[in-house]
Structure formats: structure tokens, C-alpha cells
Ligand binder design. Structure first.
Ligand code: GLN
Ligand code: ZN
Length: 766
């Protein structure tokens, strides 16, 4: 039996890589200094795995920005617009220019697009393909990494994005070809890389092919067969591991097990039920890698359950054909639980339930020992500790709250329904709210200036007391209310100055959430996020936002919109418990948000927005699982929104909206008003709403807040006219496409003044 790791986090134990990259970009350090940091991180990672006793240690899992972009540079798929930079600059500068764009030395070149890596919160740089795309070995990174590992005394296993996955992740930038048609060309570069690796003494190669766990068409299936057969022909002696993860192989199982490879890795965390079928199907030339330790979450592995899987596999195919591993790369796990030292932030009781990347490495090693005939003392000790921790978590009073469970049980479909259908609510709301046609509003946050962030930092350090901090926030809120009144916005917001982050702010006030000091996970490039940990039954001990909404409303005769984060988004952007279905956790959060919505209403807030920007990204990878997810996700939103009177207007907001295939579900959410991002994909998106005859009100974002550019009144009027041609004026709102948190006041003021003018000009025609 062998142990291996599919990939290790590369940001460093203290986010050293983030800091070094950012310092390099701003010119504070030189290239060699950055390279030194990178090298040290790789070496520390190797050493850690070596000391733990991992058999196959990965290399090339390190990256300065993104592993997909690494592959793009490796195979020389460099878009035309970077040619000039390619001539003038170092390879790494070219690489960063592709990732981040380049505005210097009289050049202005846009970055490559970025999108989510499957259903994770990691973002990769999307490869761009042309019809006559050529590939050539451009960067030697893979070989270099293999050599460095060798110098560190390790015959590493290079991790390479599988050819099919690489192509399928990319985008055709012109018409008239299919990206899979490029496989034949591309395979030549792969062969070249493999030759060099073989010459340097590589034994195992890991190809990441997560697409094997997704819906594939016939063309893709055929190409898989073809490519792996081609590669095998050239390399009878290299051992190929094909790694699948994030879902089960399902209908691709027989194709995957018939590939001419040596080891197939499967994800038994996401899809434990596939083990029996895989063991039944697997030919005796193929070894099986069991992905048993969760690479996507922070919970300690349940050893007895994992040992059960291992035993099953060993009995069927023999221990020499069994590998054990985390379910996927540990890129998605925080670095090291040992660095969580502050017991006030993370209590010892909760901490004992957790395992970060380093701890997961040791779990894998211990599982191998425990699966052997004579486990050593340490392994047996680890097993005993593991049993205790698992048992403690099952029964802890910190986790289980019978009132919350009972409340979930008695929640019925009725609780997820407003009192009256939308057309009746609309009339009641119109009477109470008395809003003009094309009402203007914003999405919630106003600029979080340096000052505001300094107040929060000082407050946390104790340099400002609660009252001082509160007063400063109140001044900022009042200023924002006055300014919105002055320029004539119809529905005001308080500005969200008291919030650090739209999930953290709520997590900190809800029971069942824990936080870490250093639980950073790479999101994209140098950016990391620190998701809260939902460990227990969730409820809301006290009102969370009423204070600020009530205060803001007290300042003005106009309506102030209450501002909440929705249950699906809170779930999606946290580490979620694995001891109950996600849907149950989501329902608990929904009930907590419902309490908040009801309290806001009681406090006189008549318009309440429940943000759900993450509802679409929560979609399962396989289409056959979509409806089930959408059913509970939409229901959770409705539970949170349906405790109020007809007269109270519920808004929701979503960004990065690609709704065409789920528009029915969006309509089922039955929000009175939905504000969406559409300044980028514009009419395509609106047509989805128009064709569907979306019945409720819509605020299509009339300008892009992601850029500092100030839009003109004319262009917003133009957009609104286009919108109004397909969606009746009585249904339309006018707003930016997302919160203004990251913008400066200067551009915000100009843009919103123009936006209000655009709305007035539109109303003139009615
Ligand atoms: N209300 C939030 C804000 O304005 C919404 C943010 C989001 O959609 N991501 O900041
Ligand atoms: Zn948004």
C-alpha cells in the first residue's frame, strides 16, 4: 500500500507567497527575492511530507499564481496580445501580465479571464484557444520543479493538469472549431514533457482529470481514450496516476477504468457510494487510489470509517494495488491547525475536531499504518485519540441544540410562502411605499474607506472603545444617508460600514459558527479567504442588524432598506459541517435570518434585501443533481423571506449572474425585487428574464462597479431603454450592479448622480 498527496497548499504557513508576490508587483522586492520565497515554500512542503512519511510526494503543485496558467505557459498557449511582453520581459513577468493585465511602459493589455475551479472558491485563469492554435514547450517549470525536488532528495511525482481537463477548462476565442480538436496537437507537447521527466528519472506522473467526474459527451469520452492510448504507446514504463475528484465517476466509470493507466484516483468523500462499483469494475492491471481524507473541508477524518473503506479495497484487489490519499489537492484546506493558538478564538473543544493540510498528511500516514498487520504504538495512539475526538464531536453540547432541531422539523411549506401572491403584494406595497417609476437604489455597501477600516482595526485592538467606534460609524452612516437624500435616491441604504465581510459579520453573531486566526485558503492569485467554520446547530441569539437599520431609518423620511446575507450564501462561503446534510444546515441558517427579517419589520423597516450572490455557484457539478439542490436552496431563501406582511418588500441581489438555465428557480424565490449584475453580459441576461416573462420586479445593474470608470447618464439611459423594450417599465428598478464597498467616494458620487438623472429621464417618457 502506498500513500500520496495530490497537491499541497502553496501560500506558505504565514501567507508568505501572498506577501512576496504583492511586494514584487509593487516593486518593493526584486525577482530573485520572490523566487527565493517560492523555493523555500516548496522545500518546506516537501520536507514536511517527507518527515511525515508520505510515499509519493507531489511536485509542480506549487504555483506563483495558478496551476492552470502554469500549464498555459508550459504549452505556450500565449494569447497574441502578450507577444510584445513575451519579447521584452522575463517569463514570470509575462506570466503575471497574463494573470493580471499590464498597464505600464505605454502598454495597456487586459488580463486573461478568471473563473471558478469547479465548485470550489478557487479561481483559475481560463486558457484562450484560437482555431489554429499552436502549442510548443514554452516554460520548463515542470522539469525544474522535478529537478529541485530531486536535489532535496525526493523522487517526486509531478502533478500535471490532464490534457483533456486542460482543454475543457479553456475557451474558444473564435468560431469554427472545437477545443477538443486541439488534443492531437497538444499531446505532442505532453509527450515532450514526459520524455524529459523520464530522462530525469521520474517514475510516477499524476494527471489531474476532474472532468472524468463530470457529465461528458461522446466526443470527450472518445478523446480520453485516444489521448491516453497515445501517451501510453510512448511511455510503457512511466506509471500514470489519473486523479478524479469533486464527484463520482458514475456513467464514466467503465471508460475511466479502461484507460491504459496505472492508478485511478477516486473521491470517496464526495462520492463514497462509488467504491463498490469501482471495485467491481476495475481490471487487474489497474491500481486504485482511495481519496478518503477530505481535501475540501476542515474536519478530522473518521479513522474507523476510512479503515473500513481500505479494508474493503484490500480484500478485493490486494494491498499492493491500493493507494491512500486525500480526496483532492489540499490546496483547498488551510495550512496548519497548530498555528491556531488563541483559545479565545478557537476553543480547544472545537479545535480537537479539526484537521488542516498538515494534519491531513499525518492522517494519511496513520491510516496506512493502521491498515497494516502490525500498527506501531504511535499509530494505535492516534487511533484512540481519533476515536475520542469523533465521539466527542458526535455528542458535544456545543454542537447539538434540540430547540433548533425541533424548529427545523416543524418548519412546513407554509412557512416558505408569503401570505399573498406577488400581484396582490405589489399593490399593497405600492400603497405603502409610494415609489416612483424607475425607483433608484443601491446594493448596500458604500465605500469602505481606509479610515473606516482603520476604526475597525483600532476598535479590535482596544485603541477605540465601543462607544467611540459606534459614534464614528454613526457619523459615517448619517453622512451617507444625507448624501443619498440630497442627490435624490429613492430607497436608501445605511452603507454597511460596520461590516468587515458579508458572511463573517453574520457568522460572528450567530450561534454555531467558529473562526480561525490563520485558516487562510487561496481564492485566486495572491488572494486568500478565511471562511468561518459552521460546527453546530445555528440560531440567532440576538438581533444582528436592527440597530443600524433602525438608526439609519430614524434619520430620514425616505425608506431605508435593511440589508442581510442570505442562507445559501452564508452556507456556500463557510466550511460546512459534514455530520448532517448541507440542506439541513441551510435550513437552520434560513430560520435565523427569518428571525432577523421579522425583527427588522417590527422595527419599522419596510424594505429588506436578502443577498444571495452565491446561489448559482452552489449548483452541483452534475446536472442530474441540480433540481435537488435548487429545491432546498430556493426553499431556504423563501423560509428566510416569508415571515413578513404583504406590505413589506423583500429584495434579493445576485452578482455574476448566468441565469438562463435556472430562471424558473430564480422566479420561484419569489423576491418582490431582484437586483442583478448585467452591465457586462447585458441583453443576453435580460432576454432570459424577458423570454421567461419574469413576473416580479427587476433592477438590472446599469453600470459596472468593478471598475473605477464613471458611466455617463446617456449610456445608462440607453441601457435602460433597451431593457424597457423587453421588460415593462412598471417592473424596473435602477441601481448599480453590486455593492460600492471597493470604490472611492469620488467616482461613486459622480456615478450615482448620473444614475439618478438617468432614472428621471426615463420617467419623463411615462
Ligand atoms: N449588500 C452587499 C454589498 O453591497 C452585496 C455584496 C455582494 O453581492 N457580493 O456589499
Ligand atoms: Zn453583488
Amino acid at each position: 500500500m502506498q500513500t500520496h498527496i495530490l497537491g499541497y497548499p502553496r501560500i506558505g504557513s504565514n501567507r508568505e507567497l501572498k506577501k512576496a508576490c504583492e511586494n514584487y508587483w509593487s516593486g518593493k522586492i526584486v525577482l530573485d527575492e520572490l523566487l527565493e520565497v517560492g523555493k523555500t515554500i516548496s522545500q518546506n512542503n516537501w520536507k514536511l511530507q517527507q518527515e511525515a512519511g508520505i510515499d509519493l510526494i507531489p511536485c509542480n503543485d506549487f504555483s506563483y499564481y495558478d496551476q492552470v496558467l502554469d500549464m498555459t505557459l508550459t504549452v505556450g498557449a500565449i494569447p497574441e496580445r502578450y507577444q510584445e511582453i513575451a519579447f521584452k520581459k522575463s517569463e514570470l513577468d509575462l506570466y503575471f501580465a497574463m494573470a493580471r493585465g499590464f498597464q505600464k511602459d505605454g502598454l495597456d493589455i487586459t488580463a486573461m479571464e478568471m473563473t471558478k475551479w469547479f465548485d470550489t472558491n478557487y479561481h483559475y485563469i481560463v486558457p484562450e484557444f484560437q482555431k489554429n492554435q499552436e502549442f510548443k514547450l514554452f516554460s520548463n517549470k515542470i522539469i525544474q520543479e522535478f529537478i529541485s525536488a530531486k536535489q532535496a532528495g525526493i523522487n517526486a511525482k509531478p502533478v500535471i493538469i490532464g490534457l483533456l481537463t486542460y482543454l475543457l477548462l479553456g475557451k474558444e476565442k473564435e468560431e469554427g472549431f472545437h477545443k477538443l480538436d486541439l488534443a492531437q496537437n497538444l499531446v505532442q507537447v505532453y509527450i515532450q514533457i514526459l520524455k524529459e521527466l523520464e530522462n530525469h528519472g521520474a517514475e510516477y506522473i499524476q494527471f489531474d482529470e476532474p472532468f472524468l467526474a463530470l457529465d461528458l459527451n461522446e466526443k470527450a469520452k472518445k478523446t480520453y481514450q485516444f489521448i491516453y492510448t497515445e501517451i501510453r504507446k510512448q511511455f510503457p514504463n512511466l506509471k500514470f496516476i489519473v486523479a478524479t475528484y469533486f464527484d463520482g465517476l458514475k456513467d464514466n466509470l467503465s471508460m475511466a477504468t479502461s484507460l491504459p493507466i496505472d492508478v485511478l484516483h477516486i473521491d470517496l468523500v464526495r462520492s463514497p457510494e462509488q467504491l463498490d462499483e469501482v471495485l467491481h469494475t476495475i481490471p487487474n492491471t489497474l491500481s486504485l487510489s482511495l481519496g478518503i481524507v477530505d481535501g475540501r473541508n476542515i474536519w478530522k477524518n473518521d479513522f474507523s470509517q476510512s479503515l473500513h473503506f481500505i479494508k474493503k479495497a484490500v480484500e478485493k484487489i490486494g494491498s499492493e494495488r491500493v493507494f491512500i490519499a486525500p480526496s483532492c489537492s489540499l490546496l483547498h484546506s488551510p495550512f496548519d491547525l497548530d498555528s491556531e493558538k488563541n483559545e479565545e478564538i478557537l476553543s480547544p473543544e472545537i479545535k480537537q475536531w479539526l484537521a488542516f493540510a498538515k494534519q491531513k498528511v499525518y492522517e494519511i500516514v496513520n491510516l496506512k499504518k493502521l491498515a497494516s498487520e502490525n500498527p506501531d504504538y504511535n499509530a494505535l495512539q492516534a487511533l484512540a485519540e481519533n476515536k475520542n475526538a469523533i465521539e466527542n464531536r458526535k455528542t458535544s453540547t456545543l454542537i447539538h441544540n434540540q430547540d433548533v432541531k425541533n424548529r427545523v422539523d416543524v418548519t412546513t411549506e407554509e412557512d416558505a410562502k408569503r401570505n399573498s401572491p406577488f400581484n396582490i403584494r405589489k399593490e399593497t406595497q405600492q400603497e405603502v411605499l409610494n415609489l416612483p417609476l424607475f425607483p433608484t437604489t443601491t446594493i448596500g455597501s458604500f465605500p469602505q474607506t481606509k479610515e473606516v477600516r482603520t476604526w475597525r482595526a483600532k476598535f479590535k485592538k482596544g485603541e477605540l472603545n465601543a462607544e467611540q467606534y459606534d459614534n464614528l460609524l454613526k457619523q459615517e452612516t448619517e453622512r451617507t444617508i444625507r448624501w443619498q437624500e440630497e442627490i435624490g435616491i429613492d430607497v436608501l441604504v445605511h452603507g454597511e460600514f460596520e461590516r468587515n465581510d458579508m458572511v463573517e459579520y453574520f457568522g460572528e453573531q450567530l450561534a454555531g459558527f467558529a473562526f480561525t486566526q490563520n485558516g487562510w485558503v487561496q481564492s485566486y492569485g495572491s488572494r486568500c479567504v478565511k471562511p468561518p467554520v459552521i460546527f453546530g446547530d445555528v440560531h440567532r441569539p440576538n438581533p444582528m442588524t436592527v440597530y443600524w437599520s433602525e438608526y439609519a431609518q430614524s434619520l430620514t423620511q425616505k425608506w431605508v432598506k435593511g440589508m442581510l446575507t442570505g442562507p445559501v450564501t452564508i452556507l456556500q462561503w463557510s466550511f460546512v459541517r459534514d455530520d448532517q446534510p448541507r440542506s439541513t444546515t441551510c435550513k437552520q441558517i434560513a430560520l435565523a435570518i427569518r428571525d432577523e427579517v421579522n425583527d427588522l419589520e417590527k422595527a419599522g423597516i419596510r424594505i429588506i434585501q436578502i443577498d444571495e450572490p452565491a446561489i448559482r455557484e452552489g449548483l452541483p457539478l452534475r446536472k442530474s443533481d441540480w433540481q435537488n439542490y435548487l429545491k432546498w436552496a430556493v426553499e431556504a431563501f423563501r423560509i428566510s423571506a416569508s415571515g413578513v406582511e404583504d406590505a413589506t418588500q423583500i429584495h434579493t441581489h445576485m452578482c455574476y449572474s448566468e441565469f438562463n438555465d435556472i430562471i424558473q428557480n430564480i422566479a420561484d424565490m419569489d423576491a418582490d425585487v431582484i437586483t442583478i449584475e448585467c452591465s457586462r453580459s447585458q441583453m443576453e441576461l435580460l432576454n432570459a428574464f424577458a423570454d421567461f416573462k419574469y413576473p416580479n420586479e427587476i433592477g438590472p445593474g446599469v453600470y459596472d462597479i468593478h471598475s473605477p470608470r464613471v458611466p455617463s447618464k446617456e449610456e445608462m439611459v440607453e441601457l435602460l431603454k433597451k431593457v424597457q423594450a423587453v421588460i415593462p417599465a412598471q417592473q424596473l428598478w435602477v441601481n448599480p450592479d453590486c455593492g460600492l464597498k471597493t470604490r472611492h467616494w469620488d467616482e461613486t458620487e459622480k456615478a450615482l448622480i448620473a444614475m439618478v438623472e438617468a432614472s428621471r429621464e426615463m420617467s419623463k417618457e411615462f
